[in-house]
Design a binder for this molecule. Structure first.
Ligand code: MG
Ligand code: MG
Length: 276
């Protein structure tokens, strides 16, 4: 057994015993997240942080209910033909005043609170539905990539959700690609192998998102039978300036080739990056 302890000094508290307990609890939560097995002292900053998070989460829930969230589609282009070969569905949030909340802020929050389960399902259904519309209007097949969180995979009915999205939209499952991150490594591997096999048996492809930034378990790559690696944007952005990043990109390409995986470089915006 180990213990994490949240402490507060009573002279820091303006209110009553309840407020002192609340403060100690905030310190405890903070400790559990950042300093497990240690004693964590309450600070005002922790309180502001917690309040800001609670407020953002409330706003996110209400934005979702009031349909202030929407999906945009980022193109994926073949470096050989320079043709559009696919798109990735990305969730965006616009405030009433027109400003945007960054997904870097609200996605982790949605994951921690569990809201990502309904958000993720909604994105999947919207993406499949929109893909059907796009294909109908230009008559050509296009691949749709959709991000999936570990939290969603943990849901016992995830496959039903997937099947429903496919059936409702009527798209060819081979046009759908699910992007998972290396964080799925926290799930038991036998569970993941079974789940991914089920997904792949439907024709749906699997890509590893943000590759190179997580705790890469290479044995996992083989076991999970994935189709594609997505080279993380941080390496792509840096590769022209940094020798290290360029070599990492080269290494991932080599790795992908030898495992016979397809590759995507994330976030190419300049011709020079595309050429490299
Ligand atoms: Mg992605
Ligand atoms: Mg990515």
């Amino acid at each position: 057994l180990s213990a994490t302890i949240g402490l507060t000094c009573l002279d820091q508290i303006d209110g009553n015993g309840n407020d002192a307990l609340k403060a100690a609890n905030i310190a405890l939560k903070h400790g559990k997240q950042h300093h497990r097995g240690e004693i964590c002292h309450f600070t005002r900053d922790m309180e502001f942080e917690t309040l800001a998070r609670v407020r953002l989460l409330q706003n996110l829930r209400s934005a979702f209910d009031r349909e202030r969230l929407f999906v945009v589609y980022q193109p994926q282009v073949s470096l050989v033909s320079r043709q559009l070969i696919g798109v990735e569905a990305l969730l965006r949030w616009r405030n009433d005043d027109g400003s945007y909340v960054s997904p870097c802020d609200f996605i982790p929050l949605a994951e921690r609170s569990g809201l990502i389960i309904s958000l993720g399902e909604w994105v999947l259904r919207s993406a499949c539905h929109d893909l059907k519309k796009i294909i109908n209007s230009n008559g050509k097949p296009l691949r749709m990539a959709v991000n999936v969180s570990v939290m969603q995979f943990r849901q016992p009915n995830y496959l039903d959700t997937l099947d429903r999205a496919l059936a409702e939209s009527g798209i060819d499952p081979r046009l759908l690609e699910l992007e998972i991150t290396e964080s799925v490594a926290v799930l038991e591997s036998s569970f993941m192998i079974k789940l991914l096999n089920e997904i792949k048996s439907r024709g749906v492809c699997i890509a590893i998102d943000d590759f190179g930034t997580g705790f890469s378990s290479l044995s996992y790559l083989e076991q999970l039978n994935v189709d594609r690696l997505k080279i993380d944007i941080s390496f792509v952005r840096q590769m022209e300036q940094s020798d290290g990043s360029r070599r990492i990109v080269e290494t991932i390409i080599q790795l992908g080739k030898s495992l016979q995986l397809k590759l995507i470089a994330e976030g190419i915006e300049q011709a020079s990056q595309a050429n490299l």
